[in-house]
Design a protein. Structure first.
Length: 242
């Protein structure tokens, strides 16, 4: 059973970045102009988007499945009668989602290296990538766990919110289309620049552009992740699912 689940998860984690490369990066490479942000190949710059989007989808996939099991008292049924606290339960759920998402990021990075030979970062840059990836995975995991726990009885609402955020995250935060006046309005750029997650994405992109990293945004994202984690605990405590 566990071997089959692992094999399916591995197949999904490999297929997903390849699909993003074929159906998003290849078509977008024909019209996105990166000359305004630097002399860089689109596939090198877009590879960051591929890795982050793959991580997002994996976090959604795991958070949806595990939060559903929790609320149905299936997966965690054996520990509901134990002394394990709600913080422990939510913490383990977010930890597993974060770990799976981070592994997806590493798999995507490995695939990117095969699909885009020009993609190259130094050892220091790689360590920055790991730090940013862990922060991103933690934020996405805590956010989606909170969303799916809060909306556990509303399937269509969860579906709509998931589709909206995936589309907004993919095409509204500058993953594959730079947040420039050529593609977005000034008012829209001003709005997304205030979103901490957008700044975190820019940190990834700054690495491949040989620019500096804003650690303040990284701190804000981590604080938000902790906030969403406690929101999940609060909701479950209020529902008294034990």
């Amino acid at each position: 059973m566990y071997r089959n689940n692992f094999a399916q998860l591995l197949f999904f984690s490999i297929l997903m970045p390849i699909s993003i490369y074929l159906f998003i990066m290849v078509p977008f490479s024909s019209f996105v102009d990166l000359s305004l942000i630097g002399n860089i190949n689109f596939f090198v710059w877009g590879s960051v988007g591929l890795m982050i989007l793959s991580t997002l989808i994996m976090s959604i996939f795991i958070a949806y499945i595990e939060s559903g099991r929790l609320l149905m008292k299936d997966y965690f049924a054996s520990i509901f009668v134990s002394r394990i606290t709600m913080v422990d339960i939510v913490g383990s759920l977010i930890l597993w989602t974060t770990l799976a998402s981070f592994l997806q990021f590493l798999v995507s990075m490995f695939i990117v290296k095969g699909l885009v030979p020009e993609f190259y970062i130094t050892l220091i840059d790689f360590l920055y990538f790991i730090l940013l990836a862990l922060s991103t995975c933690f934020f996405l995991s805590s956010f989606w766990v909170a969303v799916y726990i809060a909306l556990d009885k509303s399937y269509f609402t969860k579906l709509i919110i998931t589709i909206f955020f995936v589309l907004f995250f993919s095409f509204g935060l500058g993953l594959f289309v730079p947040a420039l006046e050529k593609y977005y309005t000034i008012e829209y750029i001003a709005i997304i620049n205030k979103i901490p997650l957008s700044s975190l994405i820019q940190n990834f992109q700054n690495i491949v552009l040989n620019k500096g990293i804003n650690f303040l945004n990284l701190t804000i994202v981590l604080l938000l992740a902790i906030f969403f984690s406690f929101v999940s605990v609060y909701i479950l405590e209020r529902r008294n699912i034990r």
